[in-house]
Design a protein around this ligand. Sequence first.
Ligand code: PLP
Length: 390
Amino acid sequence: MNKFHHIADRNNNLGTETAFTVLAKANKLASEGKNVINLGIGQPDFETPEHIVEAGIKALKDGHHGYTQSIGIPQLREAVSNDINRRHKVQVSPDNILIVPGGKVIIFFSAMLMGEKNKEILYPNPGFPIYESAINYSGAKAVPYKLSENKGFSFSAEDILKKINQNTSLIIINSPANPTGGVVPKFELEKLAKGLEKFPNVVLMSDEIYDQFCFGDINFTSMLKFPEIKDRLIILNGWSKTYAMTGWRLGYGIFPKRLYEIAEKLAVNIHSCVNASAQYAALEALTGPQECVKEMNQAFKKRATLMFTKLNEVKGLNCQKPNGAFYCFPNISDTNKNSMEVQNLLLDKIGVATVAGTSFGKYGENYIRLSCANSNDAIEEAISRMKNIF
Ligand code: PLP
């Protein structure tokens, strides 16, 4: 390394996603012959449905090898618009839809659009770690709002609204939520939308990537349902979770016109476009049969129920029933260990990969995250290994 290089200071503000570190460690242990059950990474264990894979292959064979429009092929933006209309009964113009390489990109774009020195951005904690990282990178102050177990890991609109001041430029929300499995009820979202009328300069980014994974008593409501904030609402969504397509790197954002124009420029500057064959696969995902979504959803529901029931049989763990996404987030206080100690103990001693709650922010202390994206047998085996460990 050249010690005379000065690397720009803002890079010191970047965080990371510990689930990838755990994944690397789990893979290494497995390659050394250890029997590891991976409940760490948040990706469906299903393969991408066959008809979607075939559409991707066909696109390559049909010669779709070049750049596409930076904003995404028109048919795909049209299909996203129709899908939103079908599921939420809301009209969104394809001109407001930007196809990107992974939903994550929309987090970074939102932070780049709205964050700078002397601005503040509110985000959920515990929450997806990239929110805090992207906010810090933008130069804005990252202001967490706490998600509490005693509120079912939902947020209170009042708590969020109380934190807004004249510097607040953006609020990030996520429901169903990673890592807690919490789902925010409609009345609370309504309160937030109404409350924001008093703060016309604040933009809202709603991360709805788990919108089709709602299996508790609370139904999913998209923020698109509230026209009063339409002109300052960014939506993050995509194919990664719904269609088991994490590795294809596909997602989309919905932006109001002014923000869209800049987001489009960011796309041109950063990635040019999403790879063409992946876009054709995404088109098939939205326009082809939807049974696969229902089937995967049912499987996750069963596994989540199994996982939270079994976790509550382990001395030291107390787990709420998740309402959505595909994670359980048990409270580990009764083990008398902190989250990182429990993460390490489980992986090193019994070969079960989980993620410490603190990887999702400071309010994640006393919790660990387990992903339901594994077979029933693997879930039962992993939790039975925990029986005498604490
Ligand atoms: N938002 C949340 C809450 C997530 O959990 C994830 C992935 O884990 C993403 C966004 C990013 O999804 P993608 O893989 O499409 O970039």
